[in-house]
Design a protein around this ligand. Structure first.
Ligand code: ADE
Length: 236
C-alpha cells in the first residue's frame, strides 16, 4: 500500500525546512489549520501546524486520519530535556508517550492513568523508531549530539521549574517534556495509525531555561525537521 505520512509541528518554525522542499503542493484549510499535501524526498506527505497544546494536537491528528487518510504520523519539534545526561540539542525518539498532567488519583487511578481507558501510555511504531535512528546515524549531528530512545511526557504546561521537573520525573520518568506528542499518540492509537515523536532539546525544563529556550528554539526545531526529512528516504 502506498504510504502517506502526516507530519505535525506545533509551531511554524518546526515545519519551515519541510515546507521549503515540499513538491506538488496543495493547500486545504480545515478547523483553522492549513494542511499542505505533496511529496518530500519522493514520499507522499501532509504537513500541518497544529498549534500548541494537547487539544490542538489531537484535533490535528484526527483530521489527518479522517480527512487526509494518512497511513503514518510523525510529530517533529522541540522539547525540554528530562533524562539524566540529555543536553540541549540532543534528540529524543519516542518509545512511548503519556500525559504527565493526567491526574485522577482521587479516584484510585495511578498518576498519568486515563480513567476508563485500557491504554494510557501509547507505544510508538518500531519501524518508524528504526527509521529515526537510522536517519540520525546518517546526519552530521550524531558526532556532536546524542539520540535517546525514551518516553515523551506531554502536558498543557511549559516546564521551567526545577521542583516541577523533579515531580514529573517522580511521576513518570520521561526522557523529555513537551505539549503535544502524547495527544497525537492518543489519536493515532484510537485510529490504529503508527506514529513516532521526534524532538530536539531546546532547554533543560529547569530554572532559567526561558533564556535557553529562546536561544535554542530555532536551531532545535530545524535540527528535528532535518532529521525527519532524512527519515522519509527510508519510510517511503
Ligand atoms: N517545549 C520545549 N521546551 C519545553 C518545556 N520546557 N516544557 C514544555 N514544552 C516544551
Amino acid at each position: 500500500m502506498q504510504k502517506k505520512v502526516g507530519i505535525i509541528g506545533a509551531m511554524e518554525i518546526e515545519l519551515n525546512q519541510l515546507k521549503s522542499i515540499l513538491q506538488d503542493k496543495k493547500e486545504t484549510e480545515t478547523a483553522g489549520m492549513t494542511f499542505f499535501e505533496g511529496t518530500v524526498s519522493g514520499c507522499p506527505v501532509v504537513l500541518v501546524r497544529s498549534g500548541i497544546g494537547k487539544v490542538n494536537a489531537a484535533l490535528c491528528a484526527q483530521l489527518l486520519a479522517l480527512k487526509f487518510g494518512v497511513t503514518h504520523v510523525i510529530n517533529t519539534g522541540i522539547a525540554g530535556a528530562m533524562a539524566h545526561g540529555l543536553k540541549v540539542l540532543d534528540f529524543v525518539v519516542s518509545s512511548d508517550a503519556l500525559y504527565h498532567d493526567m491526574d485522577a488519583t482521587g479516584f484510585g487511578y495511578k498518576p498519568t492513568q486515563i480513567p476508563q481507558m485500557e491504554c494510557s501510555d501509547f507505544r510508538a511504531d518500531p519501524a518508524l523508531i528504526e527509521a529515526a535512528r537510522n536517519a540520525f546515524g546518517r546526519t552530521g549531528d550524531s558526532a556532536s549530539h546524542k539520540m535517546l530512545l525514551g518516553r515523551v511526557a506531554s502536558g498543557d504546561q511549559f516546564i521551567s521549574d526545577r521542583a516541577l521537573k523533579e515531580k514529573i520525573r517522580s511521576i513518570c520518568d520521561p526522557a523529555c517534556v513537551e505539549m503535544e506528542g502524547a495527544a497525537i499518540a492518543h489519536a493515532c492509537y484510537l485510529n490504529k495509525i503508527p506514529f513516532v515523536i521526534i524532538r530536539c532539546m531546546s532547554d533543560m525544563a529547569d530554572d532559567g531555561e526561558e533564556t535557553s529556550y529562546t536561544f535554542n528554539e530555532q536551531t532545535a526545531a530545524a535540527l528535528s525537521a532535518t532529521l525527519v526529512i532524512k527519515m522519509l528516504d527510508t519510510v517511503k
